[in-house]
Write a protein that binds this ligand. Structure first.
Ligand code: BG6
Length: 500
């Protein structure tokens, strides 16, 4: 057996038939199959694993495999030609089923194919359903699965993986949870937030809970403020029609930013295990105070880039926000009065996700300030992507006769120890966990509803006729110029320390 490239080891992953609804779409070609292929190259999937793609688009098995091969060649961590000669045997385990989602016959045929897999390949009655379908057909598919008995398995298990967007507000998320629960119990459900599958997001847990030095100072006594930035340099691309109905709060804050916030602020769990861990996230999300300050923006044109409103399928007078900044507080013992500044946007200066912890200054300074107005605080930069690493800025002595201080950085880059190909893609980790029945890195029903409860009032305010202005910003900037005043009114400023 070859040595796996990655360290994501699961003991004997069970054999399974993976069914992808919406298999002709972009997600399957770009993320799901490349992830499964890399896992199979690393021998992290059972050799009996079978994949059935279901969708309305006409394909035969061969054409479907060729279509997937293109995605794998381009997007997989391990490439068919260079890293692993596994494609033919992997592809032989993939088949395709053309069918309408509202036709009971589709589900009947699917059930027969799964039963054949159990018999011919020993997949043991285990099924993983991946819902890569648009929200408009989601309810129909879940109901049909319930009616046809696909939601249960007598010999094995039946898990369902649900993609975002998970509703468009609290009410619709509750409805969705209800629909899912008509056919599946919560323990069968795996709601994906791909940020939780990222190595460096998980590393936040390691940093906080595998090092003794942080926990004693990880609270309002020592921390002045925390900034979470998820900046993207890309625009809305081909998804403008979808994005215009969605906007940055639903697209990035309700899910990814809230998850980063939760992981930064949770109390130490006693075990890295699904219910314990998610209970802690729920606790902290429940303590978030209604948001008292927010700012929205939309990119205009500039530098050969067209304005958001000029994108295909976007109205000329669209007020959809492509940038937002929020300030919030967490009303619990640990975080009393610590402001959290959150921001995310498209067409910003660079792609960068970071969590920046700014510590309080020393209570009394015995050294001369020199030409500085005040001593800079200690700052811990957790750089999530793309320059994955950790940086701590602190004060040292300025060489010479005096006692002036000098700012210095301790910098650790993941690239020092790991190669790009060692780091599994988010979907690899998440699919393997869903197959292995480990829901720790998936969001639970109550957690998702709580995240909506935080975001909903801001969304409603923005949708009202007297909502706040939607400021224009230049592509390649850091958002509307008002974003500076947003934080400066608290006597603070945004930090850029992850190589931006
Ligand atoms: C998705 C959003 O969930 O996350 C996209 O829908 C966004 O709009 C993407 O571009 C960002 O993910 P990543 O992994 O590139 O940071």
């Amino acid at each position: 057996m070859t040595q796996p490239h990655t360290s994501i080891q699961k003991e004997n992953p069970p054999p399974v038939t993976i069914v992808i609804f919406g298999a002709s779409g972009d997600l399957t070609q770009r993320k799901l199959i490349p992830a499964l292929y890399s896992l199979s190259c690393d021998e992290l999937l059972s050799a009996s694993t079978q994949v059935i793609g279901v969708a309305r688009t006409e394909f035969d098995d061969q054409a479907f495999r060729e279509h997937l091969f293109q995605g794998v060649s381009k997007n997989a961590r391990l490439k068919p030609a260079d890293d692993c000669e596994n494609w033919d045997s992997f592809a032989s385990r993939i088949s395709y089923l053309v069918g309408d989602y509202d036709d009971p016959d589709t589900y009947q045929q699917l059930a027969e194919r799964i039963a054949q897999n159990d018999e011919n390949f020993g997949t043991g009655g285990n099924r993983l359903f991946h819902m890569a379908i648009p929200p408009a057909v989601f309810t129909e598919v879940v109901e049909q699965m319930g009616r046809s008995g696909l939601n249960q398995s007598e010999q094995g298990w039946s898990h369902i993986v649900v993609e975002k967007p998970f509703g468009t507000n609290l009410e619709s998320a509750r409805e969705l949870n209800k629909t899912i629960h008509t056919a599946f119990s919560e323990s069968q459900v795996y709601r994906i937030d791909h940020y939780l599958g990222k190595e460096t997001v998980q590393n936040l847990m390691t940093l906080r809970f595998a090092n003794a030095i942080f926990e004693p100072i990880w609270n309002h006594n020592y921390i002045d403020n925390i900034q979470i930035t998820v900046a993207e340099s890309v625009g809305v691309g081909q998804r403008a029609g979808f994005y215009d109905q969605t906007g940055v709060l639903r697209d990035m804050f309700q899910n990814h930013v809230m998850q980063l916030l939760a992981l930064t602020t949770i109390e130490p769990p006693v075990a890295f295990e699904a219910e314990t861990f998610r209970d802690k996230k729920v606790d902290v999300l429940r303590a978030v105070r209604p948001i008292d300050r927010n700012l929205r923006g939309q990119y205009g044109s500039g530098d050969g880039v067209k304005a958001y409103r000029q994108e295909k399928d976007v109205d000329d007078d669209s007020k959809t926000a492509t940038f937002a900044a929020l300030r919030l507080f967490i009303d619990n013992w640990r975080w009393k009065n610590v402001p959290f500044y959150l921001r995310s946007g498209k067409r910003l200066a660079t792609k960068s996700t970071s969590i920046v912890i700014e510590f309080k200054r020393v209570p009394h300074l015995m050294f001369p300030l020199g030409d500085r107005e005040e001593l800079p605080p200690n700052i811990l930069y957790l750089c999530i992507q793309p320059n994955e690493g950790i940086k701590l800025s602190l004060q040292t002595k300025q060489p010479g006769a005096g006692m002036e201080t000098h700012s210095a950085d301790i910098d650790y880059a993941f690239a020092q120890d790991f190669e790009e190909r060692d780091l599994p893609e988010a979907y690899e980790r998440l699919l393997l966990d869903a197959i292995s029945g480990d829901a720790t890195l998936f969001t639970r029903a109550d957690e998702i509803e709580l995240a909506w409860r935080i975001i909903d009032p801001v969304l409603e305010r923005w949708q009202s006729p007297d909502g706040p202005p939607c400021h224009r910003y230049s592509p390649g900037s850091w958002g509307p110029e008002q974003a500076e005043g947003f934080i400066e009114q608290d006597g603070r400023h945004w930090h850029y320390g992850c190589g931006e």
